[in-house]
Design a binder for this molecule. Structure first.
Ligand code: SF4
Ligand code: SF4
Length: 265
């Protein structure tokens, strides 16, 4: 990026001078400060007025995919393996404030790089690798303005029904999965277990087994790869278990389920 007062210039072959224009995505401002000797000195800083592709938002979270982004999927810019489902009622940790939330609706997002919040399409050197064809949410996000929330998400979000609604077999399997592995039911069973309802251990184990067997079954039946399962059914209950307060260990064919004891405050 060229600084406002940069002397950078090139003499072109025809003898004319080229001097880059001031980058209009950065506005230089100053405030009055003091130097170490106490003399007044202006402190210069820049504020953004446009996206300079710093990648900060890409490292913080991944974008929600909207219906208007379907062309990115049909053109293959984003594949079904690059996205996953957050189910209604799913417990999530916000990358912004670190707090816990429950998703009020089903959404589909770009997957993060494993073990981070960073978007799969972010490259530390190149920045966004699909910048010219990035999803709507990334285009509309303006970190420099107050305009950072997505409006009308309920009506604009892409769901599994939009992608698979026309394929009866998949639609029915997703419906069955939601019925047997509802996250609200999962949370309720865990809450009751924490209060001493030991018989819930078996019910929780059944849910986890159902979740994993259904994935294996459809994978084999339709010859699917593992990568598409997070889009079809969201995160596995086994993956979510720790976040819901359970420790699950496998002992041979059996699961050992323990409750993570919350520290008393
Ligand atoms: S929108 Fe994101 S990538 Fe663009 S300048 Fe803001 S934080 Fe950086
Ligand atoms: S799609 Fe591109 S712009 Fe959007 S979060 Fe990912 S890396 Fe950033």
């Amino acid at each position: 990026m060229v600084e406002e007062n940069s002397n950078f210039e090139i003499v072109l072959p025809d003898g004319t001078m080229y001097k880059p224009e001031k980058d209009d995505r950065q506005k230089r401002q100053s405030i009055q400060g003091y130097d170490p000797e106490g003399k007044p000195k202006k402190m210069i800083f820049s504020i953004k007025t446009g996206c300079d592709r710093c990648g900060e938002c890409c490292r913080r979270d991944t974008p929600i995919i909207l219906k208007e982004d379907i062309p990115l999927l049909t053109k293959g810019i984003i594949s079904e393996k690059d996205i996953y489902t957050i189910r209604e009622g799913e417990k999530m940790r916000s990358s912004i404030d670190g707090d816990t939330y429950y998703s009020s609706m089903e959404i589909i997002k770009i997957r993060p790089i494993f073990g981070s919040f960073t978007c799969l399409f972010y490259d530390p050197v190149e920045g966004c690798t699909i910048y010219e064809q990035r999803p709507t949410v990334c285009r509309q996000y303006e970190c420099w303005s107050q305009n950072i929330a997505i409006t009308g998400l309920e009506g604009r979000r892409l769901t599994r029904a939009h992608l698979f609604g026309g394929i009866d077999f998949i639609k029915e399997t997703i419906k069955k999965h939601e019925e047997y592995c509802s996250l609200t039911k999962f949370q309720d069973l865990i809450d009751e277990l924490k209060k001493g309802k030991e018989e819930n251990v078996e019910k929780i184990a059944e849910m986890i087994l159902y979740d994993s067997s259904l994935r294996d079954w459809i994978k084999e039946k339709l010859e699917l790869s593992d990568d598409i399962l997070p889009l079809l059914f969201g995160k596995t209950l086994l993956e979510l278990a720790t976040f819901y307060g359970l420790i699950i260990e496998k002992e041979g064919e059996n699961f050992l389920i323990k409750v993570i004891q919350e520290e008393e405050t």
